[in-house]
Design a protein around this ligand. Sequence first.
Ligand code: HEM
Length: 369
Amino acid sequence: MKPFWFGAGPVGSVGALVRLGAIGAIMLSVAGAFAYTGGWLSAVQLTQDRMMAAFQDANGIHAGFRRNHAKGVCVTGWFESSGQAAPLSKAAVFKPGRVPVVGRFALAGGMPFQTDEPATVRSMALRFLPPGGEEWRTGMNNIPVFPVNSARGFYEQLLASSPDPATGKPDPARMKAFLAAHPETVRALQLIKERQVTSGFANSAFNSLNAFRFVDESGASVPVRWSAVPVQPFAADSAEPAAAGDENYLFDDLIVQIAQHPRKWRLIVTIGQADDPTNDATLPWPADRRQIDAGTITIDQASSEDSGRCTAINYDPLVLPAGIEPSDDPLLSARSAAYARSFTLRAEEEHEKQPSAVTSQEVQAEGKS
Ligand code: HEM
């Protein structure tokens, strides 16, 4: 797959907006194809618009922001490949050497002004830009498994967690009914609850959760999942800054830390075996699977989404170079379709967008402290 049209520049001008609109239109048709092949539009009548409406019901309207993972900051840096993944994947990004990356750290949820809380799912998204245009995009979360294994499950979970118009709060009976119908979510939530929450983004590990396939020069393929594992030491979250009223404490700490010196993660690739589930992101793989240290991600600059390079990027998990292919996980085409629609909406709404929670001034101030 050669997704040449995904290379939009920063948002912020009429030209950029038009470009985004054009990109959005192409992505919409691509997304439609994915949704169709994923059985998403046909069998269950779950459309991109219904999914977006469910996000809106759950989170309210926040024009110009991502419908999920709405609060974030942009970062840049590079990936230094160790060459160790090259025998398994012919992707240019795994040949020994350095590749620039444009990334984004964010909190899950469609509320761009939510207060940073330790338990909120944290994410790291990366766009690798090797020479030759065979780029790779990935979005990873700091949880061990995903709570649902289908687009329908995701949608129903959103509906169940939306505030009841009568009370302004989610109706516990709806969540109870959702969980009763989704035992895979109950099992996954238990694993998610048991994870150790760290003190910040910089010492969090981020996981692809979905499975993919690495394809070598001969065409042979293996199932994989990958993780960005922090080089920064573990420290447990104390939640003190949040309690003291620093509502951006996770982002502020990250900006200060990156300004002090670059932060690093190892890109660890886990190789699945024949029986390991590739189509169900709620299920972990056995802990003893072979792992490869594919190289080091270094992040050396942070900027607000208001001016940063990540805002005009759709971290679509199906933007893959030759050498990395989708697995049979149905979430992948569902994600691709939802991200495309979210991208189109936020591009169209750009002129209405409020400054992000972590503003350019804040990034500058934190970066100097
Ligand atoms: C059917 C399931 C899913 C739906 C409908 C969904 C929906 C979304 C949407 C609408 C966005 C905002 C996209 C944009 O405007 O650019 C988003 C962002 C994101 N999602 Fe998902 N998602 C799903 C599953 C997953 C899974 C399995 C992961 C696993 C890691 C994931 C990780 C992320 C990350 C990391 C971001 C933030 C990307 C960024 O910083 O721009 N999502 N999701």
